[in-house]
Design a binder for this molecule. Structure first.
Ligand code: NDP
Length: 283
């Protein structure tokens, strides 16, 4: 990679950041579209995140993604937070304005929904309730995406009940669409009985970590199953769901689609998520 004064700059701030696939994915798009741009991994310690964000306009950066552990601190630092990011409670994309101000967005909900639509175009939001496992930052983005898509009932199941109740209190709305039901972790097998969608947004199933223990017997065969974990690409949950005939969508597409709005803002083109991109990111 060579850079000129005209080269458009962006990057990803994380701690650690070496594991991030974002440089590879933005790099693929920059090369494919022949754009004079660079996207860099930026290792930023938690105590330095505010200073690093403030340095973006000073260094001529057009913006950055932020990943763990910076998503909440970035929301508190930027000058303007889009309403969706405020609802979710985290920022993952920062855009530098012409005046040097920082705008914070959250593109995880967008990425989640675009991945579902690309992987399972036949899925309909009004087909029935969704069961969401987990109540962390990723689960919040999933719940907001499902509410906005028009899912009638979202059943959130998490080990730490206080966290589930906080999610429901923050995101629950009056009215039928997007109603949130809080269920105990012990009832995760039974709540599947009338689900049209099952989402794993816990970190269970991640390579090298504990497996997600769940019995899918009650899950209707017509239900769609998706996992946010994409290492491995086919998690234990997806393998079990596929074996009994459920349609599945893996989590890599969410990562790829969530990157699109940032790329478009920094580099001027809405990029495509293609099989070639998936292959390049997995290589
Ligand atoms: P958090 O750390 O905020 O949340 C972790 C979640 O996993 C919590 O709900 C936690 O439950 C649950 N969990 C962890 N260990 C256990 C266990 N032993 N038993 C039961 N539940 C457990 O992480 P995030 O919400 O940010 O991310 C969750 C996962 O989603 C990660 O694997 C992440 O990599 C993935 N992700 C994927 C994305 C993509 O683009 N595909 C985007 C964002 C995230 P509790 O509250 O009880 O601790």
């Amino acid at each position: 990679m060579s850079a000129e004064a005209s080269t458009r700059l962006a990057g990803v701030m994380g701690w650690p950041v070496a594991h991030s696939l974002s440089p590879r994915l933005h790099g693929f798009w920059l090369k494919s579209y022949g754009i004079d741009g660079a996207y860099l991994p930026l290792a930023v310690r938690p105590e330095n995140i505010a200073g690093a964000l403030r340095a973006l306009p000073l260094l001529g950066f057009r913006g950055a993604n932020v990943t763990l552990p910076h998503k909440e601190a970035t929301l508190r630092t930027v000058d303007w937070v889009e309403p969706l990011a405020r609802r979710i409670g985290a920022v993952n994309t920062v855009i530098v304005g012409d005046d040097g101000s920082l705008e914070g967005r959250n593109t995880d909900a967008f990425g989640f929904m675009e991945n579902l639509r690309q992987g399972a175009p036949e899925w309909r939001a009004d087909a029935g309730p969704a069961v969401v496992l987990g109540a962390g930052g990723a689960a919040r983005a999933v719940v907001v995406a499902l509410q906005d898509a028009g899912v009638p009932l979202i059943c959130v199941v998490n080990r730490d009940r206080a966290r589930t109740e906080a999610l429901a209190a923050d995101l629950g709305r009056d009215g039928a669409v997007g109603r949130i039901a809080v269920e105990p972790w012990q009832s995760r097998d039974e709540v599947l009985a009338d689900a049209a969608l099952l989402v794993n947004s816990t970190s269970l199933g991640l390579a090298g970590g504990p497996e997600l223990e769940i019995a899918l017997d009650a899950l209707p065969k017509a239900a769609l199953v998706t996992d946010l974990v994409y290492r491995p690409l086919e998690t234990g949950l997806l393998k079990a769901a596929k074996a009994r005939g459920n349609r599945t969508v893996d989590g890599l597409g969410m990562l790829l689609h969530q990157a699109r709005p940032g790329f478009a803002a920094w580099f001027g083109r809405d990029p495509e998520v293609t099989p070639e991109l998936r292959a390049a990111v997995l290589a």
